[in-house]
Design a protein around this ligand. Structure first.
Ligand SMILES: CC(C)(COP(=O)(O)OP(=O)(O)OC[C@H]1O[C@@H](n2cnc3c(N)ncnc32)[C@H](O)[C@@H]1OP(=O)(O)O)[C@@H](O)C(=O)NCCC(=O)NCCS
Length: 304
């Protein structure tokens, strides 16, 4: 489709394969619903126990209603609190913190947080600077109230709207509603200035990860795992280096999934879950469009 090659893609990004949702009529909510169904089954949770469901996504099924509402409907639950969070590739971290605050405040007991994106729906497959990077995916986690000192213990979440110029979708919103012209000019696809995004991502993701370690008195020995957003293997390596972590402590699956935006972090947790132990100190770190970025300190709650 474009002038590229495997060697360029692998050496610049670390990506070998991506998953694409091709079935007509299927959207982000379908992947999200599958993820939540698997989660509920695995944890023995009845859908009626869920009081809050948040979907972090940049590719909602439609502008409105929220994809979270559609997911709830597909799961057969309603009259609960459900909404989307849009913070691009950092969306899962923003959603995780929001849900954990509802639990900490005693408002609710159980929440599901989903990261899901059908990036293929907003990728221009003639643009080699973006089409080799992004993939489709969904992952979900269950949060529940506990008296133990485990779960989401701290989070640093930041945004800088002046970065919007370097990574965005030009049309389809209220600024430039869809017209024949916007479609002809391919303004509904991801626009990215890769080099600038790369520099901001390396600096901010590593800074946030280092800061969260410092303010929680965590040394590199104390950290069992880094769960980084899977944007580019070089960005992941730079963050791990700054934290002083060896590669065995870093979850990396970008090679098989590419950048699935809000789904990368829960997809890593899903793949590595059987290696996680109770009280493991885990740092989640992300960077994304907006710009948005952050790091979250999680103490794992159970032996898998
Ligand atoms: C997009 C990205 C992989 C590009 O890598 P890079 O090392 O910055 O590469 P550059 O953009 O400098 O391009 C280098 C050359 O490769 C070319 N190139 C770009 N895409 C290519 C592709 N898919 N295949 C082959 N060549 C390509 C460029 O045209 C350029 O050629 P030139 O030197 O003749 O002008 C990298 O910038 C990146 O990962 N950025 C961050 C993206 C990101 O994380 N986004 C999501 C944030 S959540």
């Amino acid at each position: 489709m474009v002038d590229t090659n495997d060697e360029w893609i692998l050496s610049r990004t670390g990506i070998r394969e991506r998953r694409i949702l091709k079935e007509p009529g299927k959207a982000t909510s379908d992947m999200a619903t599958e993820a939540v169904k698997g989660l509920l089954k695995k944890t023995g949770t009845d859908v009626s126990e869920i009081e809050l469901l948040i979907v972090a996504t940049t590719t909602p099924d439609m502008q409105f209603p929220a994809t979270a509402n559609i997911v709830c409907d597909k799961l057969g639950t309603n009259h609960i609190m459900s909404y989307d969070i849009g913070a691009a590739c950092s969306g899962f971290l923003f959603a995780l913190t929001t849900a954990s605050k509802f639990i900490e405040s005693g408002t609710i007991k159980k929440a599901v947080v989903v990261g899901a994106d059908k990036m293929s729906s907003i990728i221009d497959y003639t643009d080699r600077t973006t089409c080799v990077i992004f993939g489709d995916g969904a992952g979900a986690v269950l949060l529940e109230a506990t008296n133990e000192e485990t779960g989401v213990l701290d989070a640093i979440l930041k945004s800088d709207g002046s970065g919007r110029h370097f990574l965005h979708q030009k049309a389809g919103g209220s600024l430039q509603p869809a017209t024949h012209e916007t479609v002809d000019n391919k303004l509904h696809s991801v626009y990215q200035e890769g080099k600038t995004v790369f520099k901001f991502a390396v600096t901010n993701m590593a800074n946030a990860a280092e800061e969260i370690m410092k303010r929680n008195n965590l040394t590199s020995e104390d950290v069992a795992w880094l769960v980084p957003h899977q944007a580019n293997k070089r960005i992941i390596d730079a963050t791990a280096d700054r934290m002083g972590l060896s590669p065995e402590k870093v979850m990396v699956n970008i090679e098989r999934f590419g950048n699935t935006t809000a789904a990368t972090i829960p997809l890593c947790l899903w793949e590595w879950e059987n290696k996680l132990k109770k009280d493991d100190n885990i740092v989640l770190a992300a960077f994304g469009g907006g710009f948005t970025w952050g790091a979250t300190y999680v103490k794992w709650s159970y032996n898998s």
